[in-house]
Design a protein around this ligand. Structure first.
Ligand SMILES: Nc1ncnc2c1ncn2[C@@H]1O[C@H](COP(=O)(O)OP(=O)(O)OP(=O)(O)O)[C@@H](O)[C@H]1O
Length: 607
């Protein structure tokens, strides 16, 4: 079963593939750079204080055993260092998480904006649900980077350099062994980074795929049962789960190896220092009392590298999640925006409420090369009811989407009410031109709230419900307009949901109403009543009706016949039937096919 998930996750991992998403993550930090550097300083202090506390504890113990006079100073310094460790640990947790939550909040907003940009494409391809599942999981997993990785790597490297400098000042050139030991410690995690990236991508892709499958199984629950595909769904879920398990297993094996290497290296460094210190003490080159401190310092000098290793351990998975989020955020979709310069260049034309004019309109969907609208010229006179007819794939819905400014044109002009829509905010155009989908979304809210026009009076609401042929049904509900609907409108039939969607559009009373297959879920009698009511309710107002139903075509003032993204013909239904054989065959095939109905998911059609 394919997921249709929007985000691609290449299987190959490389340092370039790792660095690009990590760089994108750094960019999100820019806005919070002060907080970030505060965390770096806190972690840096925390690491150094830890090293100091460890070393001081050994020095103090040695001094106590040797009954030196300066033990009080050492014990006091140790206490300060221990308190410092506690304080910085607390501050690190606090500040690092504040930083992480703030950055994640901004990413979440960017993800939501990206989804809003892509949703109109999702309307046509019904894939936004998968995108949301993947994007939200991936975004959450970035918390680890901002809270436990980014500042820790920078501070770890900084503390490593500090220790090296101190070591060199103290022991001379022998201090240069410290960075060598640190490099040795992080050598394996660094060498395994490309593998970590590959494993991370495999895991994130498997998680997203399973999420998408779960969503698809929920959406297609009825088809699954009716067509006896329950076993297949279970098998798909089992395959997805085992893919996640195998990806996690590979990841743990690698992470375990890195950890084992780090710990072995640390032990080797400690043992090496002990042997060297004891030999030097025996030879009388150094004070034997300084050997324990030296060993402790050697082990503590690896703490920053340990911190870097721990952070590198997760970096592959983080990079994969970042890659997916970045792909989503940077996808521009084809959402139109206003061009204010155009507004100044264009001569002001008289406003004709309800007029539509397109010239040489061209639209191509992203990630495809096929032009869907190919130089479409359309003229709609104000106050007319116009049918948009064409074979499946002719571009009817695409025309509706571009008119409603949900997707952008490649080129060409669109004038609505005499105004060039490219020059104005799409939101403004949508106050004058309202699109009603064939499958409207029903919110978990009252009928009234579902109409999405809070300022409407009860009288206006009932009139819209009446025109949409749903008033009787609402009147029969226990609390009429205040009756709560289930999420997705699952306690209503498909036809009822569709009529509620129609009422939404009618209530807005725009100068242009675009209806996508408004009667597809209605029986013939209800369709006739609806068309009569629509003619009365929107007399002298422009209505574009995308339809496959001959009865609707016949009621329209004009029918625009689309063929392969252009206007092939235009006239009344009867005129087109007489003169256009292609139109005749489209109408004939519509008559032959059973009435289109709403999807089975979550409700039944009453058509
Ligand atoms: N989001 C999308 N991405 C890529 N191609 C798309 C997308 N939506 C639609 N298309 C393609 O654009 C063409 C026109 O689709 P459109 O939905 O506008 O046709 P239509 O005339 O409304 O068809 P129908 O009567 O079957 O609903 C089709 O070939 C379709 O595959």
């Amino acid at each position: 079963m394919s997921t249709g998930t929007q985000i691609r996750t290449p299987e190959t991992g490389s340092i370039g593939g790792l660095l690009e998403p990590i760089f994108a993550l750094w960019q999100h930090l820019h806005q919070f750079r002060r907080l970030f550097w505060s965390v770096v300083v806190i972690v840096w202090f925390s690491l150094l204080l830890g090293i100091a506390a460890g070393s001081l504890s050994v020095s103090a113990t040695t001094a106590l055993i040797a009954e030196h006079t300066n033990t009080t100073v050492l014990i006091f310094a140790l206490l300060v260092a221990v308190l410092g460790v506690g304080l910085t640990a607390w501050l690190e947790q606090w500040f690092a998480h504040v930083l992480a939550y703030r950055v994640i909040d901004t990413i979440r907003i960017k993800v939501h904006r990206a989804i809003a940009r892509l949703a109109p494409l999702g309307l046509a391809r019904r894939r936004s649900g998968e995108t949301v599942t993947a994007a939200m999981n991936d975004t959450e997993s970035l918390e680890w980077f901002y809270a436990h990785t980014a500042a820790q790597i920078v501070a770890g490297l900084g503390a490593g350099v500090t220790i090296t400098v101190v070591g060199c000042l103290w022991w001379g050139p022998i201090g240069l062994l410290i960075p060598l030991a640190q490099l040795l410690l992080i050598a394996v995690p660094l060498a395994l980074l490309p593998r970590a990236v590959r494993q991370g991508r495999r895991l994130r892709a498997a998680i997203a795929e399973l999420g998408a499958e779960a969503l698809a199984a929920r959406t297609a629950a009825r088809e699954t049962l009716v067509l006896g595909r329950l076993g297949q769904v279970a098998a798909t879920v089992a395959t997805g789960t085992s893919k996640i398990q195998s990806a996690r297993r590979a990841l743990s094996v690698r992470a375990g190896l890195e950890q084992a290497w780090a710990e072995t290296t640390a032990v080797l460094v400690i043992v090496g220092t002990l042997i060297w210190g004891s030999t030097a003490a025996a030879a009388g080159t150094i004070d034997p009392a300084s050997v324990p401190t030296m060993v402790m310092l050697a082990s503590m000098s690896l703490v920053p590298a340990m911190a870097v290793t721990a952070a590198l351990n997760k970096i592959g998975e983080i990079s994969a999640a970042a890659h997916r989020v970045d792909q989503l955020i940077s996808n521009k979709g084809i959402r139109p925006t206003a061009n204010p310069e155009l507004a100044q260049l264009l001569p002001s034309v008289p406003v004709e409420n309800g007029s539509i004019c397109t010239e040489n309109l061209r639209v191509t969907y992203p990630d495809t090369s096929m032009e869907v609208l190919r130089g479409l010229d359309l003229q709609v006179r104000p106050g007319t009811h116009v049918g948009i007819v064409g074979a499946s794939g002719a571009g009817k819905t695409t025309l509706a989407l571009v008119l409603a400014r949900l997707i952008a044109e490649d080129s060409g002009t669109i004038m609505v009410d005499g105004a060039n829509v490219a020059a104005e905010d799409p939101e403004k155009t949508r106050t004058r031109l309202v699109l009603v989908n064939q499958h409207p979304h029903i919110f978990r809210a009252s009928v009234r709230d579902n109409l999405l026009t809070p300022e409407a009076t009860d009288e206006q609401i009932w009139s819209a419900l009446q025109t949409a042929q749903i008033a009787d049904h609402v009147r029969a509900l226990p609390e009429e307009l205040d009756t709560k609907l289930a999420e997705g409108g699952t306690n209503w039939s498909g036809g009822q949901r569709q009529r509620l969607g129609l009422a939404r559009g009618l209530l807005r009373d725009p100068s242009v109403l675009v209806l996508d297959e408004p009667t597809a879920g209605l029986d013939t009698a209800t369709e006739a009543q609806f068309l009569r009511a629509l003619n009365q309710g929107r007399a002298h107002k422009t209505t574009l009706i995308i339809t496959h139903r001959p009865a609707v075509m016949d009621r329209c003032d004009t029918v625009v016949f689309l063929h392969e993204g252009t206007v092939a013909d235009c006239g009344t239904h009867q005129e087109l039937l007489q003169r256009n054989p292609s139109y005749r065959s489209v109408v004939a095939s519509a008559e032959d096919s059973p009435p289109a109905s709403s999807p089975l998911e979550g409700g039944e059609t009453d058509g």
